[in-house]
Each structure stands twice: as structure tokens, then as C-alpha cells.
Design a protein around this ligand. Sequence first.
Ligand code: NOJ
Length: 543
Amino acid sequence: MMQEADARSPDRWWRNGVVYQVYPRSFQDSDGDGIGDLQGIRHRLDYLAELGIDALWISPVFPSPMADFGYDVADYCDIDRSFGTLSDFDALVADVHARGLKLIVDFVPSHTSDRHPWFIASRSGRESPKRAWYLWRDPAADGGPPNNWLSNFGGPAWTFDAASGQYYGHTFLKDQPDLNWRHPGVRAAMLEAMRFWLRRGVDGFRLDVLYHVVKDALFRDNPPNPAFVPGMDPSQRLLPVHTADRPEVQDVLAEMRRVVDAFSDRASTRVLIAETYLPIERLTAYYGSDAQGALRGAHLPFNFHLIGVPWQAEAIDRLVRRYEAALPEGAAPNWCSGNHDRSRIASRVGPAGARLAAMLLLTLRGTPTLYYGDELGLGDVAIAADDVQDPLERNQPGLGLGRDPVRTPMPWSDLPQAGFTTGRPWLRLNGDWARRNVAAQTADAGSMLQLYRRLLALRRQHPALHCGAWLPLGVSGDLLVYARVRDDERIVIALNFGAGNVEVPPGLVAPAAQVWLSTALDREGELAGRPMLRPHEGLILGS
Ligand code: NOJ
């Protein structure tokens, strides 16, 4: 059982605070082009500050042909005109900091856009000084791709360049050629791009697919995945042993860490949040460790395991225990229940489940990352075939892989287009936007938004909730009970994952405890005794 050393000192914001992911295209448009932008985010900062979050992570806003909506970067040191300008960015940083919040930008180290000048030069011929900045290989003996590696977005991970007679590698779209991080020039240029944003005042980076940045030096074939069955994502046909989570990735991470550490001081730590879709025992390796055993990798290697876990008390209890046990000493845990790539929590577990999920996410030990719109209970929005934007869906239609449904505009009010834009939104709004929007939920005392506000406020107010130990108190049937404990404070959280009433077993809740919060927002102050939970209800009990 781990106990945090101190609470809210400024250099610990990333351990004790809450991160909120903004998908900039969909948050707030300020110029009527139907695409959210930096000025739009600035207009909504008061909303975020009042919600009670501590840091915003914004998905990529750099110049990009938008083949993968910004995850194909054509210039690491500028802002795409659809989002604004560098001065808009500077103004955003200033406004974020003025509210005591932090700003995390998305850094895409694994690949560039094929329109990036580096790749244009690399592609110009085998003699180009930039040739080795990317992964170029001769064809196999039969003229086909050099090995069997698959793109995560469908088809082979290799595209033939007829002019030079070689293939280049890409883990994602052919418009996203993979960088060669073994090349010192690539390392120097990319680390310098990180410094560019650190000098502009960003508080850290979310590192896109960090675990993919280095591939096997010998370009060996990946072995078949024995667990693959038809119907699964076709890119999972092979085990990515030579293309993901290579030991060399740790060296890259250590270099990135040195870069952010050089910009950190007692007043503010600049952080690395790594995208790590990996089993628990592998993602914990991304905390890194130097010769003395100090953690010198990512401050927060993303823990995505709540996204896939069966929605049952026992499975969740087991997951939390496993994760807690696997964490290296001193490591900061973290949790999230969705993002711009995965089905929204409200669609996965239903509206009542989503309330329970909010309580779970905000009461587990560690930094939660919230996904914009989840605080309204927004679900996946069906997108008609003709309106599909996501290349993943376009490349492999009908497999259910598309991510447009989770990237729809934030509904702010019942104004036209939900106050998101004065133009035509780039993706349609949720069908129920006239009722499910920020203004309506602000006015409704029982809304999901009010639940989030209460949860965030309680979490901020009580050290046990933002930095206390996690103490499992057991599972009985559909009921999961745990406590958060710090010094004399002991707060019990009881979550009912079932459709029937359940009673908290005797002895777990102090006799004088009260209900501090119910997911239904209607029991505050009730004496706890042996509390009964209604179907899908969660309670926070304290004294
Ligand atoms: C992971 C990002 O979250 C996803 O949106 C993107 O398509 C891929 N990386 C490629 O950059």
C-alpha cells in the first residue's frame, strides 16, 4: 500500500491533479469554419476551471494535411491555420496559466506527414541526406514488401516508391511515414522540437504511440498471433514483437525525459504522458529507471486498462489490485476511461454505468484523464457512411474501427449548432444536443455535469482522495468497496455494478459516517449506518 509523501505542492500537480483531454477540432469553433480552434479553447477556459480540472491535454494542432486529423505532422514548430497561429497558442498558454491550469501538448514522435519537408527530401532520392531519417528498404526477392509488418490502419506497413525502387515503412497511414529514431539527426531535431514548445511554456507532452518509435534493426518478420480470430482488427493478425515496445524505446524516452527535466524546477514539473497500449507488466516499464533505480521515464505511462475491463465489480477489483501491485516504488498511477480513439464510456456501459464510471475514475488512486464530453454523458454518435471522416473507417469500412463517433462537437447550449460553431460542424452533433449540453446540465441539479463538478470538488478538497492510499475492502456480488486513506482521513467508496439493491457489509463504514455523494446526487448528508445502494449507484462515505 503506497502513501503519497505530500499533497498539492506545485511540482506534484501531475500526481494529484486531473487531466482533461480536449480534441481541438471539436471543442469550440471561433471563426465559423465548423472546426474548433485555439481561440475557441480560450473562450472555454472558464468552463474548465470551474469544472475543477488541473491540466488540459490538447490533441495535435500543428500544421498537417489532416490525413489523420493532426497525427500527421508537417511542421513540428508551428500551428495549423485551421486552429490559429503561434500567437494564438502563446495567448492560450498565458490564459491557461492565469487560471492556475497546466497545458499539455500532443507530440507525435513516431512518424511525420508525408508532406513534411524531411520526408519530401528523403523521398527525393537514395542519395538524399535525409534518406536515412525514415525507414527505407529494398523490396523482397519477389518484389513485394521487405517483410510482413502490418499497418495499424490496414494493409502492409510498407509503401513502394517507384521513383527510387524502395519501400518506406509506416505503422499507420502511408501518409504517415515512420521516422528512424536510430539516426542522430532525427533525435536531435525531434528533441529540439520539444524544446521549442517548452520554451513557449507548455507543461508537458502526451507522447503519441511512444512504444512504436523504434523498430527491429534487422527488420525481422513478426510472428503470427495465436489469439487472432476472424472478425478481430486485421492488424492484430501478427504479434508486434519487432515493431512495438522494443528495448531501444527506453533510450529514446530517457532522452526525452532529460529534455523536460532541464525545463523543470520546484515550482513546476514538465511532464511526459506516454501513450502505452501495453499489458500492465509492460507499461510499468515506461516509468523508466536509471542506474540508481530512480524513475526517469514517463511521469505517467497511460494505463488504458479500464477501457477494456469487463464492467463487473470483481473484474475491476482484480484489475486495480494487479495494477497497484505492478507499480514501481514511487510511481504515479493513472487511469482513464476513454479517449479520441475508443468508444465512449457512456456507450460502453450505459447512462447509469457512466455515472458509476465517473465515481470510479475520480476516486481511484492516481491521475485521472477525462475525455471532453464524458462529463455530459455524451455517447458515441452514429455517422452516416457518406459523412465518414476517419481514415481508419474509410480504409476498412464496416469493421467498427472508425473513431468519428467519439469525436463529435462539444454541445454547449441550445443555440444553433449547440453553440459549437456558427457554421456547419465538421462532424454532426449528438442527436440529443438540444437537451444534452453544458448549459442545460448546469441548470439541472441532478445532471451528469453536476456529478462531475461535485466529484472533482470533493477530490480537490480531501487529501485522502487526491493522494491517499487505496485500500481494497472487498467485493460482494456486484458491490465493490474500497477506501482512500491518508493520515486520519478514511473515505469509503461503494460502487454497485448490478441491477439490484445491495447493502454494504457490516464493519466497513464508520458508524458516524455520512453520505458525501451519491451518483444520483440525492442523498447528501444521509447518515450512512449500513447503507443500501440502489441499482448502479455509487456512494462516497465520509465522516
Ligand atoms: C494514436 C493516436 O491517439 C491516434 O489518434 C492516431 O491515429 C495514431 N496514434 C497515429 O498517430
